[in-house]
Design a protein around this ligand. Structure first.
Ligand code: PLP
Ligand code: COI
Length: 341
């Protein structure tokens, strides 16, 4: 397979139109058989449910070229299950999980020329999503939906790659108690836009959101979960009902325990504990693990001892092991890697 002629090493995290996408329509209470198409345009009613009441959910995952030259996708079964959870919460029909996996196989296969080569530093980001498409004017769920998945080659989510980030504690909340923070719905990202633009204008890379009920506990950022390393070498990540259950974070907890022999736990983390942490990172499909060097709360600075030059040592081991598994350099736990045949 001849790859596209792209400067893979210098890609940022942006959209590039690739050759094919997958589409399936839900009408009269059933999903059609689905298809691969080269048409990247969508035509819908001016009154479509997604346009009026933001009835849309999505996923994010990546395809990689391994050292052996295989094309693989990392744990897509968990994305399928999470999309189903998101759909149920927004009163949308579930796109069957086996159909989701089949759609991803077909999408990646159709766009093999766009899967960045091994060692290029880039990956193929896959964006499955679904939305209400028929006219809706009273507040209620749509009746017809579309499921789509496209792919786009990407580089690092944060400019500067592995350089530690400076983030701020947001004065805005990302989620509500008993709200939708734990699903991947477009509405959670729409309401984070003012907060992220504010943070960027003030010179910060991202926001740290606190728990919306008490504003004393650490939640997550706009697009990644947190991971901390305590001074005695334990990996800890926030436990909360209002954060997205990150597949990367769940994988890293396993990697920490089973591959690196570290103690690792998911628990509530008080903001006041952060001054005693040794390392901090943001973890997610797009972020992989991006190290944090400094957290600023209204002028008060928490400087992580790992500094502003490079990842902390435990974060680095986690990063190397996770990416090693994804790129086929390290044997993966059973079921984590789906090979695109
Ligand atoms: N938290 C938020 C708000 C996200 O958008 C993402 C990205 O998907 C994550 C966490 C990380 O989740 P995952 O590791 O499943 O990509
Ligand atoms: C992902 O990591 O897949 C996400 O959806 C995060 C988004 C902010 C790009």
């Amino acid at each position: 397979m001849e790859k596209k002629n792209i400067d893979w090493a210098n890609l940022g995290f942006g959209y590039m139109k690739t050759d094919y996408r997958y589409v399936s329509d839900y009408t009269n209470g059933a999903w059609d058989e689905g298809r691969i198409t080269d048409d990247d345009m969508i035509t819908m009613s001016e009154c479509a449910g997604v346009l009026q009441y933001a009835q849309t959910v999505f996923e994010g995952m990546k395809a990689y070229t391994t050292e052996k030259g295989e094309t693989v996708v990392f744990r897509p079964d968990l994305n399928a299950a999470r999309l189903a959870d998101s759909a149920r919460r927004l009163e949308m029909p579930v796109f069957p999980e086996e159909r989701f996996l089949d759609a991803i196989d077909k999408l990646v296969k159709a766009n093999l020329a766009w899967v960045p080569p091994f060692g290029s530093g880039a990956t193929l980001y896959i964006r499955p999503y679904m939305f209400g498409i028929n006219p809706v004017i009273g507040v209620k769920p749509a009746e017809d939906y579309q499921f789509r998945a496209f792919a786009t080659p990407v580089g690092p989510y944060f400019k500067g790659g592995a350089k530690p980030l400076t983030i701020k504690v947001s004065d805005f909340d990302r989620a509500a108690p008993n709200g939708t923070g734990n699903i991947k719905a477009g509405l959670n990202y729409a309401m984070s836009l003012h907060a992220i633009v504010t943070a960027h204008n003030e010179g910060f890379a991202e926001n740290m959101y606190l728990d919306p009920k008490t504003r004393t506990k650490v939640e997550e950022t706009g697009g990644a979960n947190f991971l901390f390393v305590t001074k005695d070498g334990k990996v800890v990540t926030p436990k909360s009902d209002s954060i997205l259950p990150s597949i990367t974070r769940r994988s890293l907890l396993y990697v920490a325990k089973e591959y690196l022999g570290l103690e690792a736990e998911e628990r509530e983390i008080e903001f006041t504990e952060l001054k005693d942490m040794a390392e901090c990172g943001l973890c997610g499909t797009a972020a992989v693990i991006s190290p944090v060097g400094k957290i600023v709360n209204h002028g008060e600075e928490i400087c992580l001892p790992s500094g502003m030059d490079e990842m902390g040592p435990v974060t680095k081991k986690l990063y190397d092991t996770l990416t090693g598994i994804q790129m086929g350099r390290i044997e993966a736990p059973k079921g984590w890697i789906r090979v695109i045949e």
